[in-house]
Design a protein around this ligand. Sequence first.
Ligand SMILES: C[S@@+](CC[C@H](N)C(=O)[O-])C[C@H]1O[C@@H](n2cnc3c(N)ncnc32)[C@H](O)[C@@H]1O
Length: 282
Amino acid sequence: MNNRPYRVLRYGNDSTATLYLKDCIAGFGDDVREGSVDVVVTSPPYNIGVGYNSYHDSMPREKYLAWIEDVGVAVKRALADDGSFFLNIGNRPKDQWIAWDVASVMRKHFALQNVITWVKSIAIGKADAGNYPGIAGDIAVGHFKPVASERFLNDCYEYIFHFTKHGDAKLDKLAVGIPYQDKSNIGRWKKAKQDRRDRGNTWFIPYETIQSRKDRPHPATFPVKLPEMCIMLHGHARLVADPFTGIGSTALAAKRLGISFVGFEIDKSYLDEAIDRLLLIS
Ligand SMILES: C[S@@+](CC[C@H](N)C(=O)[O-])C[C@H]1O[C@@H](n2cnc3c(N)ncnc32)[C@H](O)[C@@H]1O
């Protein structure tokens, strides 16, 4: 087994991004020290027939769940005792159980500390918003892939399951907090000493707008802001990992935050794209 990284990028602040062209289960066993990872943010293949370059995204459900369980076991071994494992997964209109089936498998190994709904698109009518300052009319924001069906609604959200070893990982909620709408709350509540409150467990994070297909080198990415918010919510991270690196969105978030990263990916062209993206951001 090849234990040499495909590429190690070093940053000014002594942090590194170590990228392996390798299966993640083997890699987490061979190359990641037990208990060394503070935060894992990842999105696995959903087993819905996505056209990846190398990976075939279609297995019998039982086989898929057994495999994803092995990934969970490998992640648990690498995770620090107070670490966070953020697992992003969605469903598809015809199969609304995928995410929950995966969560059930992880239940054998982790506590489910939070369930965050990643909202990709939302419509808010002015009448429902009421007299909020700054909302002058109806709002429809974000991106989604329209579903051509009379049975199913457009799919506008996915889950981010926040697994921890014991369900008691202390979080830095205000690091991803939002300003109070009503400023009179500052000081009124014992904990409200600054103009920031817990944003709650629905996160609106739109995809970056893509101009053409050539700007889309991977069919199933999440926006960099998603892992960035997860890492900030966990707080105090020294090492972030992603077993399914893709084109490196979690690696980019770690770099932006000045934290070291270790990641695995089986497709060379995705990993090359991840490296290009990492070299582009300062
Ligand atoms: C949903 S994508 C992750 C995309 C990533 N979050 C991003 O934003 O770029 C899943 C990735 O897992 C990779 N993959 C599939 N099986 C793998 C394995 N056994 N080990 C490592 N990577 C794997 C696929 O090639 C694919 O790029």
